[in-house]
Write a protein that binds this ligand. Sequence first.
Ligand code: IPM
Ligand code: MG
Length: 368
Amino acid sequence: MKKNIVLLPGDGIGPEIMESAKVVLNTVASEYNHEFNFHEHAIGGDAIDRFNNPLPEETIHACKAADAVLLGAVGGKKWDNNPSHLRPEKGLLGIRKALGLFANLRPIKGFNSLLHASPLKEEKIAGSDILIIRELTGGLYFGTPSERRENGNVVVDTLYYERHEMERIIDKAFQSAMQRKKQLTSVDKANVLESSRMWREIVDEKANVYPEVEVEHLLVDAAAMKLITQPNHFDVIVTENLFGDILSDEASVLTGSLGMLPSASIRTDGVGLYEPVHGSAPDIAGKGIANPLGMILSTAMMLRHSLGLEEEAAEIERAVNETLEQGYHTADLQLKNGKLAGTKEITDAVIENLTTKSISNSICNMYV
Ligand code: IPM
Ligand code: MG
């Protein structure tokens, strides 16, 4: 299989962890006889510094022509006081919108060896396996007007959704629930917001199309509590952009390993952008100590969702899990009696586990 993959390393630790993603993908390519062509482009603060634009035209062009996009991270203190059109986050929001990536998938599943670092008691979090599906290209983050008025003393942001935007994300959530435990929690604020009342109506309509899926409605404030008190309760959670942004960050720390979490932003035809959840961590950038595993697991999601390479994706996930089981960990992961590793060392360990499997496979095959 020959595929074009755009790499957007971005800011902070983005470039370092992107190196790890490349090495892993090259290994998968040679093990499975694929050809992945990488094209690197600028986004975020890096693009502001080089092109005075957080999302240069050329980057949009390249992403539109690609089979999939991998992103490191954007943002950092350096650009925090920039005017809104020159902020790194504008680049990320812009590329999601330009590619029409309306569905953000954030699987929250802990690794056994890391659960002890969860802020929750281990028995509370053990066994949790949540998929948060966040609407990504509508709502408050994109509505206009969004501006200051009357000498800066009045402010307005706009929460705007069209029916079809709600329908497609809710449909995606039902489909995902069908492939999992068939339990869907829809999160809204229907006791206050008109947009939430429309959202709820659509969820109820769609529930008739997927009668096997058990649906519950939760208000966002109650959902925030329940994620902490009973994370095991959830299977698939679907919600609009702002609520999803907040709840997915809340959920991401439950497993004790924010640095491990991947995410996918996709549309219906499979094109997608994949990035770790953790962000740019500028304080440790350039030190060679960043955890690349969230990025590496994002490449697995890319292989699965955009390239249809399920086996290769599962192999990467197995290799990462084995690496942790062998005790390797970066500084952000608290592993009892582990072997502290830098970005490159832990990537090498993942590669070792990826290739070892193929050798033992071929040995097995010799005896078949
Ligand atoms: C995320 C981030 C972004 C968002 C920011 C950086 C614009 O928080 O991916 O969740 O809010 O979508
Ligand atoms: Mg966020």
